[in-house]
Design a protein around this ligand. Structure first.
Ligand SMILES: CC(C)(COP(=O)(O)OP(=O)(O)OC[C@H]1O[C@@H](n2cnc3c(N)ncnc32)[C@H](O)[C@@H]1OP(=O)(O)O)[C@@H](O)C(=O)NCCC(=O)NCCS
Length: 176
């Protein structure tokens, strides 16, 4: 049976667990994220802490985590909305979705994304959510389609990696 998983925004006390899952994500899926492992490892603890603090503003800018009963983070997603800007506050962005390998195919990414979508719509009053996904990331692409996102464009050569480029689909979900 699947173990109970608590979904909640990350708080100050989650800092070291945040570092653990961030390291794991960047090491295991380097071609899927804009940030890379070496860059993350080169940051000072203070700089990581400052970045982390920026995302402790629920419900406009936050990291949502999936926590086991022992407190480990086994999944995470980021949400940002420029809620202070009148012309931009109708849309939000999600990024950095990751679920630990051993916890996949149990609906965790869906729960994280659905929670973000509901909060953006019902609490923030957002009208749309945007995201980007590597063209070859079939698992995530299938997940986003399943949750109602549609492709509105392609970002050609969105990332440059050692042996070439990665194109990304730009996707949106309209909330009303
Ligand atoms: C993509 C990812 C977040 C999915 O997490 P997950 O918790 O396993 O996803 P869910 O269990 O909620 O799956 C929901 C649906 O997504 C799709 N999906 C998920 N993993 C899939 C896979 N490996 N192959 C094909 N479809 C997949 C399926 O439609 C699935 O529904 P189903 O299980 O009923 O078939 C996870 O595989 C991951 O962290 N990958 C590496 C990082 C990454 O790609 N991040 C996204 C960057 S844009």
């Amino acid at each position: 049976m699947n173990q109970p998983i608590d979904i909640r925004p990350l708080e100050e006390a989650d800092f070291s667990r945040f570092i653990d899952i961030q390291r794991e994500a960047l090491a295991s899926a380097p071609e899927l994220f804009g940030s890379d492992y070496d860059w993350f490892e080169s940051l000072s603890l203070l700089s990581i802490e400052q970045r982390f603090e920026k995302y402790q503003n629920f419900p406009s800018n936050y990291l949502l985590g999936a926590f086991t009963s022992s407190g480990s983070i086994v999944g995470m997603i980021g949400f940002s909305c420029e809620s202070h800007l009148a012309k931009l506050r109708h849309r939000g962005k999600v990024w950095g979705l990751y679920v630990s390998t051993e916890m996949r195919r149990q609906g965790l990414a869906s729960r994280l994304l659905e929670t973000v979508i509901e909060t953006a719509r019902d609490v923030m009053g957002c009208e749309q959510i945007q995201l980007s996904v590597s063209k070859h990331n079939e698992a995530s692409y299938a997940l986003y389609l399943r949750l109602g996102f549609v492709v509105y464009g392609t970002d050609i050569h969105a990332m440059k990696i050692e042996d070439g480029y990665v194109d990304e689909y730009l996707m949106v979900k309209f909330l009303r």
